[in-house]
Design a protein around this ligand. Sequence first.
Ligand code: SF4
Length: 386
Amino acid sequence: MTIFLIGHDFKYETEATVKLFFPAMRFAFCTEDAPCAGDFIRTVFTEDRILVETSLSGVRRLREASLSPDGDKHAAEHTLCRTLYAHLTEATGVTPPWGMLTGIRPVRMLTAAVEQGSTLEQAAAHMQQTYLVSEKKLALAKATARVQLPLLQGLAPDAISLYISIPFCPSRCSYCSFVSHSIAEAGELIPAYVDCLCREIRIYGELIRALHLKLDTVYIGGGTPTAISAQQLAQIMDTLQSSMHLDGIREYTVEAGRADTITREKLEVIRRYGADRISINPQTLNDAVLRAIGRKHTAQQAVDAFLLARSMGFDNINMDLIAGLPQDTPDSFRNTLDRVIALEPESVTVHTLTLKRAADLYAQGERQIANPAAAMVDYSSSCLPA
Ligand code: SF4
């Protein structure tokens, strides 16, 4: 599809709004007005108006809005997005549940407004009026904010969180757009990476002491931190322990990630160095879906990894799932979630699949994944309390 941007430079905002309706479609952008034979979205700024014209499957539509005369760029951007959003809602029959919100965690918007003096109700009303968020999602965002606010308000001004990345995985998942390398291709880099990381951890330890900061949480993520050997993981966690004050931190997480990397030996390392939370991330417990996304482990291996961790005394385990994976269906997702809940992890995180340019699936032109993610997310909301 071609997107015309005539007389303005709001490319990012235009694309983000269009993607709400065409999530995995690729676009060509054109800043010159020209005839177009296929589907297109034309956005035009004149001196005092915004015109949005679409041709979708041969049906043409036009919408106009007035531009504020004061030339305010932020207001112009918002008017463009709102006009485009209203136009595409009508043209496609789709009403995105999070309204026009893109590129921001909705709850962050609420908690930031509360930090600046609004009440939660005022912040939520503003979010709904400005971004047209549905009642259901607004209620979810408020419930989540109510959980988060006491934690955020309890943060000392000198508190910091540390994130350590281990950018290696046993193989690359087809939906992945993270900075991570498959061990088959880049495994020889791991020893040097671990050495450099340990050097950096020591430098950060000195900085934290010099600046009198207080470490509040640590998260070792990736990639897949357990993709490296138990000895390499121990080297990193030992360096962390000797470089920073870990006593009294509120949470210390290691993302154990993929089931095919989790061993008793690595879990022992994690426990020995004091991490009190792990995340085991099957994404799905459907073997066909696991194969479709390029995972090399089975659902049973993910369950076994969880049971092993539990038997070793881990009492704070998160499990990540993704709604909308290729070949997944609402029934199979429901089955996955029910099995995960039956394991009684302390938390479950449900992500929604987003294909970004770095993902193999995106490169393969996977644009119209049959994506019943909304039904999966609804089911998750109904069985997982905030
Ligand atoms: S486990 Fe995560 S980081 Fe690793 S390839 Fe898969 S999606 Fe990417």
